[in-house]
Design a protein around this ligand. Sequence first.
Ligand SMILES: [Fe+2]
Length: 302
Amino acid sequence: MKVTVRGVRSVEIEMSQPERAAEFYGTVWNLTEVERENGSIWFRGTGPYHHILAIHPARNGAAVRRLTFDAADRDVVQALHKAVATSGCPCEAPHDIDAPGGGYGFGFVDGEGRNLAIVCDVRDHAGHADAPDRPRKIAHVNLNAAQLEKTNDFLVDVLGFRRVDHSGPLHFFHCDNPDHSSIVTCTATTPTLNHVSFEMPDLESVMRGGGRMRDNGYPIEWGPGRHGSGNNVFCYFAGPEEFPIEYTAEVLQIDDTYEFHGPDYWKWPPGRLDRWGITPPHTARWKRIQDMVRFTPGQHRL
Ligand SMILES: [Fe+2]
């Protein structure tokens, strides 16, 4: 069994107006605030993870400060630390983490300057259960890569992901959980964020979430629809400060027997953009914001 992570545990973002963003993620996006400290606010989903989103005050507009991967235990953390250090990335030694949720792990910078971290032993919530209309967890993060091959190779050779599909410009990466993919990459001119996807408990919650977003002044930028690769349903939105976010559900569950398919397989008839054939094309705004949010440089130490 290859050593890898168990998925994206949390995303830390920077906002110019963190309080306004926190109001949105707590009352419209339907996460639950768990901690606040020095102007930063942490939110959980309905799953066990201590938090899945952290909002920090921005120094320079909306940005992603860090993606944190979950690891099964300290042996996995140590093994992945060895792999990351050997790859030559700037990297700190694993240590006990003095931040909300605690845990044990390390931060590092990948080859395109993204701050990443791998942690285990976090103080997760004993009480967790699906709730209608409330996100469980981060389903996946879609990254724009200026050096796509380098980023893809790092995910596979160093972090132990398996590339399970290639559809159009998108490459899908599976790790140690049944979800079809936890990281998606695509080509861009700069290494920006494409979007962060939050998993809802069911299709109904994605649809009702779309309505709730519209009611609050956040129209659907793409969707609703059902993707080909991954088979998940989707609705995409521009959150506060035009941060690109997705509600998804019904993500295909796979195991080692899943067969890779390339772009020739994942093709729609002309004019069709999803399995159902109902979604209109994405908006010009979505096109703009899915290659807009940069990663904060030099913040890899936990
Ligand atoms: Fe997505």
